[in-house]
Write a new protein. Sequence first.
Length: 170
Amino acid sequence: MLLLIRFLLTILRSPFRSKIGPLNESVVRFTVLPTDCDLNFHLNGGRFLSFMDVARVELLSRARVLRKVLRRGWRPVMAGCVIRFRRSVLPFERFNVRTRLLGWDARWFYMEQVVEKDGRLCAMAHVRLAIRGKEGTVPPAEVLALLDPNLTSPELPPFVAQWRDAEDAR
C-alpha cells in the first residue's frame, strides 16, 4: 500500500517537473521504509524492481508520452530484466533510481536503470519493455511517432544486444 502511495505521488509530481526527451535520463529519489525491507533488514530485492517500475513510468510521464499511450488503451509492461546487486540500501536511507532509454528494435524498448546512494552503485538493471494494446505489442516506432516520427534508435550497448539476441534465440 505504501508503494502505491509513493507511485501516485511520483506520477502526480512528474507533470510539474521539467519535460525531458525520450533519450534523456530521469532521476527519482526514494527513501527506504521498514516495510520495504526483508529479513536481513535491507531493501528487498523485489522492492528494487518495484521502485524501478515507478521510475520507468515517471520517465514516460516526463517525456510527455504516458498520457498519449494510456489514452490509446496501451500499457507499458516489463518483458524481461537482468539485474545485478552491488550494495545494500538500509532502512531510512535515501537513494536515486536513474532511468534512461538505451534504444529499441522492431518490438522492444531497452532501458538501463541504476540504483545509487551517495553516488555509489547499489544495483543496475537492464530492462526490456513493451507497450501492449488490445491487439498485442505495439511497435516502438508507433509509440515514438507520438513524440517525433524521425527518432532513430541509438546502437544498443554490446551487453544489451547480446542479451536481446539470447532472448530472441529462446
